[in-house]
Design a protein around this ligand. Structure first.
Ligand code: 7PJ
Length: 276
């Protein structure tokens, strides 16, 4: 299945690794480490050297309870990093739900928009439709500040699938070709451990929507709940989760630990061949 990401094209005969570059002071795992644009840039370059296929640049933390950031502050954080990465051999994704930030990032060279609001804001839909960039449509229940307080579903897999199916339809209706669309169940976004496990167990169901599938499990609290480890000690669990996600249909994994994930996926891909 082809994946068009701005000027880049992937055939997805092997899974892609999206490296996370946080330019935020309050991300739960590496927040603060890459606060300075210069540090974020060198971190991004390191992830490329480690084998990242895509970089996801984010200037506002969306973890549960995170504080909102103004448009200007977010632009001041992400634009220098995106501009500094111009001409790099991998596409840059902008992790934002703000249409103004999407537009400025696309002008600065971003090739993908990663929207935890799944382009439900018409201005966000316009920003992507008026360009050639790819988009990741993510499911969440509620708002980041309160979403983990009481997540509720009758059937989490069916509800997430129905939401994503409707968002794919709306996105296609706006003129965005399906080879530019990625869906994501949004692990940890308004979901209990049982909800997250059900989604991972039945991830294959989401491949029925016929677009690329991304999974973001890296160092998330569900892995802490399963292992008893804090975020700094969740690498083994994150590798396990990435392998499970790819075996169940994810074509892209969003991770902090690029080199370790790339190595683990090489083993899987060698065993599976082109069926990975
Ligand atoms: C995700 C994300 C995810 C997508 C975050 C974290 C929390 N974007 N942004 N999917 N998670 N598409 O990195 O743990 O799972 S922020």
């Amino acid at each position: 299945m082809l994946f068009h990401c701005g000027n880049f094209q992937f055939d997805l005969t092997r899974p892609l690794v999206m490296g996370i570059v946080n330019v935020t002071p309050d991300s739960f795992f590496d927040g603060g480490l890459h606060l300075q644009g210069r540090d974020a840039l060198s971190h991004a370059q390191q992830l490329i050297a480690e084998g990242a296929d895509i970089l996801d640049i984010g200037g506002e933390s969306t973890r549960p309870g995170a504080q909102p950031v103004s448009i200007q502050e977010e632009l001041d954080r992400v634009l220098p990093v995106i501009e500094g990465l111009r001409g790099t051999p991998v596409p840059i994704s902008i992790d934002t739900f703000k249409p103004e930030v999407m537009r400025a990032a696309i002008v600065a060279g971003a090739q993908m928009v990663n929207d935890i609001d799944a382009l439900q804001d018409p201005a966000a839909m316009d920003a992507v439709a008026g360009s050639n960039v790819a988009v990741c449509l993510m499911h969440k229940q509620g708002k980041p500040q309160t979403m983990q307080q009481q997540p509720e579903y009758q059937n989490v897999v069916a509800e997430v699938s129905a939401f994503l199916s409707a968002r794919v339809a709306a996105t296609e209706a706006a003129g965005i070709h399906r080879t530019r669309i990625v869906i994501d169940p949004g692990f940890g976004f308004g979901k209990t451990l049982a909800h997250n496990l059900a989604l991972l167990r039945e991830l294959k169901r989401l491949t029925e929507l016929g677009v690329q599938l991304l999974a973001g499990l890296s160092r998330k609290s569900m892995l802490g709940a399963l292992t008893g480890q804090d975020a700094g000690h969740r690498l083994p669990a994150s590798i396990a989760a990435a392998l499970i996600a790819v075996q169940r249909g994810a074509g892209i994994v969003r991770v902090h630990d690029v080199r370790a994930t790339v190595d683990a996926l090489k083993v899987l891909t060698a065993v599976n061949g082109d069926a990975a």
